[in-house]
Design a protein around this ligand. Structure first.
Ligand SMILES: O=C(O)CCC(=O)C(=O)O
Ligand SMILES: [Fe+2]
Length: 203
């Protein structure tokens, strides 16, 4: 693993987490937020949960290489072709982390009422020990972690504008994460999770 992981390491058992609060300058982060939000054809997929169909509480988009189909919110999604700002971020991450990414999932939380429930990113197409590079732009939201299916939050961090959180190793096997609703936030946050989809492992 490159040295970059050791600086920002968050020490939790059975997890590999590293947080870099100032990965982008504020100016870079401001520009990217405006550009990516404006250029993205946002969707709000409907999912079936406990027998009831409802729209996910956020807007989403999936960009990637043509073969990088990804299943999220219970549906398979073909990738949108890379746009320049996302491809540049991907190349920068690949150089710094010395790992490849072929897709990026975008989540746009329009305000504090948009959220993401407890989950692990452990789909088979992400491989045995998924590496997820998560870039946050816009409003600061709290990112909670808990041991898989346990009750209560074990660790939280505030993901700031321009920050990078890297999850790797066994994190997705032992831990779940969420972005909870909050009344305190009235502005938008964009999160980008760069991933590597192993298309050969799909049926
Ligand atoms: O918005 C975030 O920081 C988390 C997003 C996330 O967990 C995901 O896309 O799987
Ligand atoms: Fe996730």
């Amino acid at each position: 693993m490159p040295d970059v992981f050791s600086d920002g390491r968050i020490r939790l058992p059975n997890a590999e987490l590293a947080y870099f609060p100032d990965w982008l300058s504020t100016v870079e982060a401001d520009g990217l937020l405006a550009e990516i939000v404006a250029q993205t054809p946002w969707a709000q997929p409907r999912i079936r949960c406990f027998g009831r169909e409802h729209a996910v509480p956020r807007l989403v988009a999936w960009y990637g290489d043509p073969q990088a189909s990804y299943c999220y919110s219970g549906l398979a999604h073909s990738p949108l072709p890379w746009i320049a700002p996302l491809d540049e971020l991907r190349k920068r991450l690949q150089a710094e982390l010395q790992r490849n990414f072929n897709g990026v999932l975008l989540n746009l939380y329009r305000n504090g009422q948009d959220a993401m429930g407890w989950h692990s990113d452990d789909e088979p197409e992400l491989g045995a020990d998924p590496l997820i590079a998560s870039l946050s732009l816009g409003a600061e939201r709290r990112f909670d972690l808990r041991r898989t299916k346990s009750k209560g939050i074990q660790h939280s961090l505030i993901l700031k504008h321009g920050s990078l959180l890297v999850m790797s190793g066994s994190t997705q096997h032992y831990w779940q994460h969420q972005i909870a609703r909050t009344r305190k936030i009235n502005t938008a946050r964009l999160n980008l999770t760069f991933r590597l989809i192993h298309s050969e492992s799909k049926q």
